[in-house]
Design a protein around this ligand. Structure first.
Ligand code: FES
Length: 169
């Protein structure tokens, strides 16, 4: 094996889009997407919680579907579109409808779970424009919040659904 082959034996090429920007990086096969996003891309809005797939703090969207980035290997997401919380607002900082609704409904307390909650809401409302409370709570079942009691988060998602419906006319 040549020196070059040895050097790259333990890396995997990640080629995909992160928040709309093409990303090409060599990553160790065992590196989680969470570590790659936080330490490799500086996208620290993706939070590190349990690291076991239970809390949802590390939630991102991969091709529009929620995924726990702590359990996803960075080297497996080539060819996909990854969205983190940083990818939702406009370039000028204007919040997305869902982010603004969370803010207006007081859906944040400590805020640690918030990025994962918002991204889960993005997937939910893309698939179901008018979710009822049971459907919202079901969608949030993979995201834990230790301080709001969920009521205000559900309210934020309902408000977002109303505003998105109004936008659609
Ligand atoms: Fe990934 Fe908790 S840090 S689910």
């Amino acid at each position: 094996m040549s020196d070059a082959e040895e050097m790259f034996e333990d890396v995997v090429l990640l080629r995909g889009r992160i928040n709309g920007t093409l990303c090409e990086e060599l990553v160790p096969p065992a590196m989680s997407l969470l570590t790659f996003l936080r330490e490799g891309q500086g996208l620290t809005g993706t939070h590190m919680g349990c690291m076991t797939g239970h809390c949802g703090a590390c939630t991102v969207l991969i091709d529009g579907k929620v995924a726990k980035s702590c359990l996803t290997m960075a080297g497996t997401v080539g060819g996909t579109k990854i969205t983190t919380i940083e990818g939702l607002a406009d370039a000028d900082g204007t919040l997305s409808v869902i982010q603004q609704a969370f803010r207006d409904a007081g859906s944040f307390q400590c805020g640690f779970c918030a990025p994962g909650m918002v991204l889960t809401a993005v997937e939910l409302l893309a698939e179901n424009a008018t979710p009822d409370e049971t459907e919202i709570r079901e969608a949030l079942s993979g995201n834990l919040c230790r301080c709001t009691g969920y009521r205000s988060i559900v309210a934020g998602i309902r408000l977002a659904a109303e505003r998105l419906a109004a936008e659609r006319g």
